[in-house]
Design a protein around this ligand. Structure first.
Ligand code: HEC
Ligand code: HEC
Ligand code: HEC
Ligand code: HEC
Ligand code: HEC
Ligand code: HEC
Ligand code: HEC
Length: 367
């Protein structure tokens, strides 16, 4: 196996050397095509990553950080002639040093180029490497998934077109999801009662709090009604390198989102939600008439405020409209053993709750 790979490398590098005199943007199209095939940026082609004859490369991040890491790493690559000054590269390594990140440094030798994802073995080690999201030979500028394949449907494996298909390789039907982690494919399914519009346009025709450029319905050209995972997950630094690499905010989120109970409300506490949903609209009860009461609390009655997370799921809800999903660590069943939300019709702005929260019995309480 290793021997044939060496032969393959030899063959292809010879062909590449003969075939292109260096100026063409794409050399050796069959193996290397895209940003990494640009000989004006990577004059040593294969050898920039595959040093000498060592093909025993397993997609570990260290190879990538030689050029996508610190300035001093890059200067070393430039001195060795494997990279030119023209390349516009940023320090991605710094993103992976943040507290919430894709743990590329944790798995060593787990990824395999011929692996099949989603994982089917329950006890298989979890892993993620740069090459799980970027094909090292075919990635291109602004086409981060070029060359990757999605979920197998029958005998077919379609090329990945949407970001969420990449994510579903590890965060959906994987048999080895960690405890507490859920199937994102199930949460965003367009057959759900409600969902943030990642896979399809949303179900709610009048989300009154939405800020521009989003709109409840596409009415004017240029209005956006769909989201990507990357609209919420990614770097906390809007001017740094983009992508779901690392963040200083929990959940690898671009903005802060407090999920705990008994918290005072502030713009920062729920900054993620308020970046698309107008804080003034939410707190002036334009939709749910008791939003402010629950989010800010009632000091006269000694009731603390609670997070959006207590009532809403940020992804989707198979059970209820309006992304309602009660956080069972906070919301208890009522005296009749019920923990339910009942919407009255669709978009009527009326409904009722059967539950018990902070000792307040809802059996039911209606709005
Ligand atoms: C930007 C870095 C980079 C360049 C340039 C590069 N490779 Fe690779 N190559 C990798 C990485 C990383 C892997 C491991 C991929 C994985 O594990 O999924 C790999 C894997 C391979 C494999 C094994 C693939 C498999 O499916 O088993 C071969 C063969 C190979 N490269 C040949 C080449 C040849 C030939 C060239 C030049 C035409 C080249 N590579 C250029 C980074 C590179
Ligand atoms: C020898 C240097 C070098 C190595 C090693 C290298 N890259 Fe690159 N990479 C580049 C250059 C140069 C570009 C194109 C930058 C430009 O357009 O100026 C690039 C572009 C990219 C892009 C597209 C960026 C964009 O702007 O959209 C991604 C993604 C990427 N590389 C990922 C990787 C991964 C993953 C690895 C490790 C398997 C890796 N690179 C290893 C030099 C390198
Ligand atoms: C090759 C597998 C793989 C792929 C593909 C992948 N992830 Fe992950 N992701 C992981 C692993 C491993 C972790 C660590 C926790 C775990 O095991 O789930 C993780 C963690 C996360 C976390 C939680 C971070 C935290 O600190 O709480 C988020 C959010 C996340 N991934 C989002 C995404 C998104 C968005 C995509 C698609 C762009 C994606 N992932 C693609 C493997 C993957
Ligand atoms: C509207 C914003 C938003 C979008 C869009 C979004 N997420 Fe999340 N995601 C969150 C928030 C907030 C959390 C943390 C709190 C929670 O778990 O509800 C989270 C948590 C996660 C986690 C960690 C919890 C777990 O179950 O492992 C993963 C993984 C994740 N999201 C993956 C994804 C993927 C994959 C997509 C796209 C298919 C996506 N998210 C789209 C807001 C979002
Ligand atoms: C979980 C999937 C995932 C992993 C793991 C991952 N990336 Fe990315 N990366 C992305 C996505 C998605 C984007 C595109 C973000 C965008 O354009 O908004 C991206 C963008 C990039 C870019 C372009 C940044 C920019 O601002 O244009 C580079 C370079 C890059 N990644 C390199 C890497 C390297 C190197 C690693 C490993 C150390 C890595 N990525 C690991 C998903 C991933
Ligand atoms: C006590 C439970 C509860 C909490 C806490 C809560 N909500 Fe709601 N929210 C609801 C209910 C119930 C509805 C449905 C109202 C209706 O019938 O239209 C709703 C509707 C919404 C809607 C859709 C209508 C609109 O206003 O555009 C958004 C967006 C929303 N909530 C955002 C938030 C945010 C952001 C937070 C935290 C800052 C939050 N909610 C906290 C219960 C809650
Ligand atoms: C990147 C923008 C963005 C962010 C961030 C965001 N939302 Fe939304 N949200 C939307 C869009 C777009 C819709 C409209 C979906 C539709 O048309 O049904 C929506 C709809 C909703 C709805 C109504 C869904 C329904 O079917 O009735 C609720 C509730 C909601 N969001 C709550 C939240 C909460 C809570 C957060 C913070 C965790 C949040 N959103 C963060 C863009 C966002």
């Amino acid at each position: 196996m290793r021997f044939s790979a060496i032969l393959f490398l030899l063959l292809v590098s010879i062909c590449a050397g003969l075939g292109s005199a260096g100026a063409a943007r794409y050399t050796s199209k069959t193996v290397l095509d895209g940003a990494h095939g640009d000989r004006q940026l990577l004059p040593k082609s294969c050898r920039a990553c595959h040093r000498g004859m060592a093909m025993a490369i397993r997609g570990e991040e260290a190879v990538c950080f030689r050029c996508h890491g610190s300035q001093s790493n890059r200067e070393q690559m430039i001195r060795s002639g494997a990279l030119t000054q023209e390349a516009r590269l940023e320090n991605i390594e710094r993103e992976f040093q943040k507290p919430y990140r894709h743990p590329v440094e944790k798995s060593r030798g787990v990824h395999h180029p011929q692996e099949r994802l989603p994982e089917e073995q329950v006890n298989a080690a979890r892993h993620v490497e740069c090459v799980d999201c970027h094909h090292p030979h075919l990635v291109d500028n602004d086409q981060p998934y070029r060359g990757l394949y999605g979920r197998r449907v029958g005998n077919l494996r379609g090329a990945i077109e949407n970001e969420y298909e990449v994510c579903y390789r590890c965060h959906a039907e994987s048999a080895n999801l960690p405890i507490g982690s859920t199937n994102k494919h199930a949460e965003f399914a367009p057959t759900n009662k409600s969902y943030h519009p990642v896979e399809a346009e949303g179900r709610n025709l009048y989300v009154i709090s939405l800020l521009s450029p989003y709109n409840e319905r596409q009415e004017k050209p240029g209005e956006i009604s769909r989201l990507t995972c990357g609209d919420c997950h990614g770097s906390d630094d809007p001017t740094g390198p983009q992508g779901p690499h690392g963040s200083n905010y929990a959940g690898l989120l671009k903005k802060n989102y407090d999920t705990s109970d008994e918290r005072p409300e502030s713009r920062f506490a729920y900054e993620l939600c308020y970046s698309c949903h107008d804080r003034t609209s939410i707190l002036s009860n334009e939709s749910f008439p008791y939003h402010a009461l629950h989010i800010q609390g009632n000091s006269a009655k000694n009731l603390p405020g609670t997070s959006c997370h207590t009532c809403h799921d940020a992804h989707g809800s198979s059970q209820y409209q309006y992304l309602i999903r009660f956080n069972e660590d906070v919301v208890a069943p009522n005296a009749d053993g019920k923990r339910e939300f009942k919407a009255t019709g669709v978009g009527s702005r009326h409904g009722s709750c059967l539950l018990n929260c902070h000792g307040v019995e809802h059996n039911p309480l209606s709005y």
